[in-house]
Design a protein around this ligand. Structure first.
Ligand SMILES: [Zn+2]
Length: 449
């Protein structure tokens, strides 16, 4: 669905080529992939599609719960903690059906396309009907998300999530019954029915060490290993999770996951916030990835994770908008550096280029798309163009485009989004779903009723 059989030539006024910004770059696309890149073309070749501004590889949003978009702003009233926020989130989860989730997710993924996101990692755990009864198609909810991404024109890695318990040794609560397959074996059987397709990869997730009993972690890890699929896990987002894990197992969540084969180069720990030095070494040594979601982590008062230490230890960084308090991968990239400046009172922890790599090539790798996230021959033809003439981006010299993209631009500056050589956003307008704000309003309203 994301591929076009025709050949297209794009001319990029400025292109970020993973290390630097190059003016006047011509990109040839055939069958959805980049076939040639020429960087010595000051003027557009005849017939080329012109992308004015700074073109980046498509952005990867490595951690999403699409239905959290229905909570935007409404959860900003009052006080509380992650745990009180979670009660509100569960009340929305309870109202989802395959139809309402499809409608909401399509609008949310369209919002992502407008923000330059070409691939989303959907950490999906609302599997069954309220109360836990399976739908006639046991993957009706997952298929609704896959269809939503196709209709919004972006790629998806559906991280089908195993969620079996409310805490260590505790059954799911009433709200959590629809998340649970009861056993990891049953989760594995259901997930195995989902298949990769052009715009879709199927991956796995362990919701957290709270939600999957230790003796069943290996089943999920093996499922991912056999398929060489990405495996994600919420890891040490809250100190309460660490305390409960120590009480139940006498070790940290990272240690528990490592001992049950969950960590490794195809695994990504999401949040990785409250870690010991040993946890950081464990995660880094196995090249387990780190997905940070700094807007959500601030929003939920989680804390600031040791991302610089994790990267130094060998853990590649990816970024996600998670709860979708806002959907803006450039803001997520910027927040990494700015949070660290506040924490350390020094500047310069990441370069703009390093943060863009997290938002592009490393984010795609975390989602199982090793052939996306760069502008080079053979890569998937996924491109995101940032305006350099908006009120936010006008002024700086174009060769500092990476710095402008990370430290000045916002999602509102995304002018074009190309997925598999197909223009999904043109001049700031979604070409498949032109009324995205109305679709969002309608879908959110339907869940409030
Ligand atoms: Zn999450």
């Amino acid at each position: 669905m994301t591929q076009t059989p025709t050949r297209t030539t794009y001319w990029l006024e400025h292109a970020w080529l993973s290390t630097h910004v190059e003016p006047g770059v011509t990109v040839e696309v055939g069958d959805g992939r980049i076939t040639a890149v020429r960087d010595d073309t000051p003027a557009p070749p005849p017939g080329a599609e012109i992308l004015r501004g700074l073109t980046l590889p498509g952005l990867a949003n490595a951690h999403s719960h699409a239905f959290h978009r229905a909570l935007r702003s409404t959860v900003q009233v009052g006080s509380g903690t992650f745990w009180t926020w979670r009660e509100v989130m569960y009340s929305v989860a309870e109202r989802l059906t395959p139809e309402t989730y499809h409608e909401l997710a399509r609008a949310v993924y369209a919002e992502m396309a407008l923000a330059g996101v070409t691939c989303v990692g959907e950490f999906h755990y609302v599997h069954h009907a309220p109360g836990g009864a399976p739908y006639a198609d046991p993957n009706a909810m997952g298929e609704a998300l896959i269809a939503a991404a196709a209709e919004a024109g972006i790629r998806i890695t559906l991280l089908d999530t195993c969620y079996l318990s409310s805490g260590f040794g505790q059954p799911p609560t009433r709200h959590q019954l629809r998340f649970s397959d009861r056993t990891a074996e049953a989760w594995a059987e259901r997930s195995a029915l989902l298949k990769d397709r052009d715009h879709t990869r199927i991956g796995a997730a362990v919701h957290s060490v709270r939600a999957v009993p230790a003796d069943q972690l290996g089943t999920v890890a093996r499922w991912a290993e056999q398929r060489r699929a990405p495996l994600h896990v919420h890891l040490s987002e809250q100190t309460a999770e660490n305390d409960a894990c120590r009480e139940a197992h006498g070790c940290t969540p990272a240690r528990l996951l490592a001992d049950h084969g969950v960590l490794g180069p195809r695994t990504t720990g999401v949040h990785n916030t409250h870690l010991t030095d040993e946890d950081i070494a464990l995660i880094g040594r196995g090249s387990t990835g780190t997905c940070m979601c700094p807007t959500t982590e601030r929003d939920l008062a989680d804390g600031i994770g040791p991302a610089t230490a994790l990267q130094r230890a060998g853990s590649p960084l990816s970024l996600g908008s998670d709860s979708h308090a806002v959907i803006d991968l450039l803001a997520e990239a910027r927040a990494m550096e700015l949070n660290e400046r506040l924490r350390t009172r020094t500047r310069g922890h990441w370069t703009a280029a390093a943060l863009l790599r997290a938002a592009t090539v490393d984010g795609h790798a975390a989602l199982g798309w090793d052939d996306a996230g760069t502008i080079e021959p053979g890569a998937l033809a996924d491109l995101t163009t940032i305006a350099l003439d908006s009120v936010r981006t006008a002024g700086p010299v174009p060769r500092l485009g990476a710095e402008t993209a990370v430290f000045a631009a916002t999602a509102a500056d995304v002018r074009h989004t190309v997925v598999g050589g197909r223009h999904i956003v043109r001049d700031g307008v979604h070409t498949l779903l032109p009324e995205v704000p109305k679709a969002l309003a309608r879908a959110v309203e339907a869940l409030r009723a």
